[in-house]
Write a protein that binds this ligand. Sequence first.
Ligand code: PXG
Length: 462
Amino acid sequence: MGSLHNASTEQLQALDAQHHLHPFTDTRALNAKGTKVIKRAEGVYLWDSDDQKFLDGMAGLWCVNVGYGRREILDAAYQQMEQLPYYNSFFQTSHPPAIELAARIAEVTPPQFSRVFFCGSGSEANDTVVRMVRHYWSAVGQPDKKVIISRENAYHGSTMAGASLGGMKPMHAQGGLPIPDIEHIMQPHWFINGFDETPEDFGLRAAQALEERILAVGPERVAAFIGEPVQGAGGVIVPPDTYWPEIQRICKAYDILLVADEVICGFGRTGNWFGSNTFDIEADLLAIAKGLSSGYLPIGGVVVSDKVAEGLEAGGDFNHGYTYSGHPACAAAALANIELMQRERIVESAGDSIAPYFQKRLAEFAEHPLIGQVRGVGLLGALQLVPDKPSNTPFAKGGVVGTVCREHCIRNGLVMRAVDDAMILSPPLVISESEIDELFDKARRSIDQTLDDYRNSRIDFS
Ligand code: PXG
C-alpha cells in the first residue's frame, strides 16, 4: 500500500492534478473540478475516498465480469508471481500459465477456434488483427488483400491501428488517422439511422453497405470486415436480427475474413460466452480482452480459426509480438477467472436468469417521458434520452443531457456511463436481482431528476 493510503481526498486530488494525465479527458476542466478517487471495491460496489458507496453499473469499464474481490484470482496471480513473475514467449520459450490459458480459451470459444495470440489489451489485440489478417492473405498468395472494412462509431481501441479501425471521428482528428487501407461503412443503429424503416429492412440495408463498399474497393483488395457483435462504446447498439446473417453471407460470398471484436461482448456479457454465440456469427478471428481476466490484470488476445492458423503457418515468421504477450501473472489471473466462471456457471446463470431479469427491468423505462428507445441484450443496456418522445430527434446540444444525468447518478450512488444522449449499463455478471432492483431505482431517480431539470429549464440542453 502506498504512503497516500490515509491521505485526504483534497490531497489526492491535488497530486492527481499536478502529475497525472487522464485518458479521454479535458485536463484543465477535470483539474478545476477534481477527480473522484475510488479506493476499494467488493462484489458490485465501489467506495470512494470519502467512503461514499456506489453500485458499479459499468463493471469498471465493461470488464469486471465476475465482480470485485474474488480471492481465487488474487491468489492465482500472487502464486504465479512468486513462482515466475515474468518470462516471455518469444525465442521458442513458453510457460505453464500461457499454455494452460490458451488451451482453456480454445475450450470456451466456438468450435472453429483452437489457437490464440496473446497481448496486453483490446487495442493491442486489434493492432494484431490488422497485421495478422494482412500477413494471412500474403501467406496464402493474395498480398493485395489489405483493406479492412469497419463501421462508423465503432470502437476498437486507442492505438494507431485500433483508433483507425474505430469509427470515432474525434479520435481520427487527433493524430492524422486513419492509417491507410481502412474503410468505414454505416453503423446498424436503427434509432438514429433507420427510424422510418422497419428494423428488419434497416438491418439488411446497413449490412448491404458492406457489399457496396467491397464492390467499390474491389473484392481482390479487401482482407477483412471487423465489427463488435454489439457496439459498446458507441452506445450499446444492438443490431436488428437481419444484420449479422447478411454480413456473414457477404463475407463468405467475397472471401473476406470476418473479425468479431469480442472485447466487450466476450466472456458472458451478452448472456452467452461470446457475442458470436448470441448472434450466431461464424467469425474467423476474435479480439478478446476485458472479461478475459475480468479486468484484474491487463491481458488480451486474438483467437484465430483453424483456417487462419493454417494460412499463417504457411507464411513463416509473423514479425509481431509484445514483451507482455501471455504475461505469466496476467495469464494466471485470466485462467483463474475463466475457471471461476466455469465452476460457478456464471455465464450460464447470467444468461438464464439474471440477464432476463435485467432486461425486464430495463424495458420498463420505455414508458418514461425522457426515454425514446431502450436497447439491450444480456447484461448490456442503453436508455436513449430524447426531448420529444416519440420522435428520434436528439437534443440540440448533444451530450449535455447525458452528462447531467450521469452526475445525478453519481449523487444517487450509481455509476452509469453516458454515451452522447444515451445512458449505458454493463454491470458485473454476478449482480443479484435485489442489486438490479437497487440499480434501477437509482437510475429512475436520476432520470426523473434529469427530466425535472429539463422541464424547469434549470440546464440548457435543448
Ligand atoms: N475493442 C472494443 C470493442 C472495446 O470496447 C477496445 C477494443 C480496446 O481495448 P483496450 O483494452 O485497449 O482499452 C475496447 C475498449 C468507454 C470505453 O468509454 C470503452 C473501452 C475502453 C475505454 C473506454 O466506453 N473499450
